[in-house]
Design a protein around this ligand. Structure first.
Ligand code: SF4
Ligand SMILES: [Zn+2]
Ligand SMILES: [Zn+2]
Length: 334
């Protein structure tokens, strides 16, 4: 970094952003990050200063950086932390999230999976028919939407960065999962019972969000989730990083050009109709939502509607498949 000058003020630089072929001093880098987020929010009409925003926070750098930026930009942003019950990792994550909220006087909503729904992620991974990451992603998406609706928020924001989105797109493209590709957009509009979902960090790389968190003095959980081994998205990230090392900008071009030129070609054709889950009322395409079905399987319970009661035959006949997208990592709150 020695000798490099800030692109904006010509002072000594602290952070280099190779993709932009630029370097910034501390203050100008913070400004650069805010500008990228502002561009994302305004360019995609994500929300306004009148909206109530719920930020899904995991305790990692991305989601806390996002929360910080939104508060700095003057948005009404509360945090939502989902307790996954993954041992010390979850305990430490909860600590940093609480510390962040307390230091800024920001509102934090906590939902503990075990307490509210009777299972944690390690148990789910052992007992259910899905991998830990798959149940985890499903549970987080479910809780984000449900908690946001119940608490009267207008939009749910997640900390997915450029690296996350590019890796997910690579995975979806390798398999040509056109229905997932169609939903891989920085803003998903609200539908019956589903809140609007946005990803305001999609223009920033992982290096940029890490540098931002560091320069802003944000304490975050550096350790990886212990269940992450075998997570396919990590391999896609590594592959993209290999390309990026010799051709800086590859990642950004892959994802940002997709948004500009390819995404419209994948626009969803057959809109699926959503109706309330007979068990919990959250939107689904079948009688019961994927979360309720998975939960019943994990707990070894029979899945029955809350009201009105149906015959055993009807319950047994339940076979419809959920078509909400399952992201490859299933992360959601990083
Ligand atoms: S790696 Fe991510 S998605 Fe998988 S269990 Fe851990 S937190 Fe959940
Ligand atoms: Zn500067
Ligand atoms: Zn349900």
């Amino acid at each position: 970094m020695s000798g490099m000058r800030c692109r904006r003020c010509r002072g000594p630089a602290a952070v280099e952003v190779r993709r932009h072929n630029a370097a910034f001093c501390r203050d100008c880098f913070v400004h650069h990050v805010h500008e990228q987020v502002r561009r994302a929010i305004e360019g995609f009409h994500m929300f306004s200063h009148q909206d109530r925003i719920l930020v899904a926070v995991s305790g990692g750098k991305d989601s806390l950086a996002l929360w910080d930026v939104l508060l700095e930009l003057g948005y009404e942003a509360a945090g939502l932390y989902v307790g996954l019950g993954i041992g010390g990792y979850s305990a430490r994550s909860a600590e940093v999230v609480r510390g962040f909220a307390a230091a800024r006087g920001a509102r934090l909503i906590e939902v503990d999976l075990a307490r509210e729904y009777g299972f944690d992620i390690p148990t789910a991974g052992r007992r259910g028919g899905r991998s830990s990451c798959s149940v985890c992603g499903l549970a987080k998406r479910y809780v984000f939407n449900r908690a946001a609706l119940e608490h009267g928020f207008d939009v749910v924001a997640t900390g997915h960065n450029l690296d996350d989105e590019a890796a997910t797109l690579l995975g979806n493209t390798l398999r040509w999962q056109t229905d997932y590709i169609a939903r891989q957009y920085p803003v998903l509009p609200a539908e019956d019972g589903l809140l609007r979902k946005v990803k305001p960090l999609f223009r920033l790389s992982e290096l940029e969000t890490a540098a931002y968190a560091f320069l802003r003095g944000i304490e975050y959980v550096v350790e990886e989730c212990p269940l992450v081994a075998g997570n396919t998205q990590l391999r896609y990230k590594e592959a993209l990083n290999l390309l990026e090392a010799t051709s800086p900008g590859t990642k950004a071009q892959f994802f940002l050009s997709f948004l500009e030129r390819a995404a419209p070609l994948f626009a969803r054709q057959d809109e699926v109709e959503l109706r309330p889950c007979e068990r919990c009322g959250q939107p689904t395409t079948g009688r019961f939502c994927a979360f309720c079905r998975t939960r019943a399987q994990i707990l070894g319970e029979r899945l029955a509607p809350v009201t009105p009661p149906v015959s055993d035959r009807d319950v047994a006949a339940e076979a419809s498949e959920e078509v909400l997208p399952a992201e490859i990592h299933g992360g959601g709150a990083r």
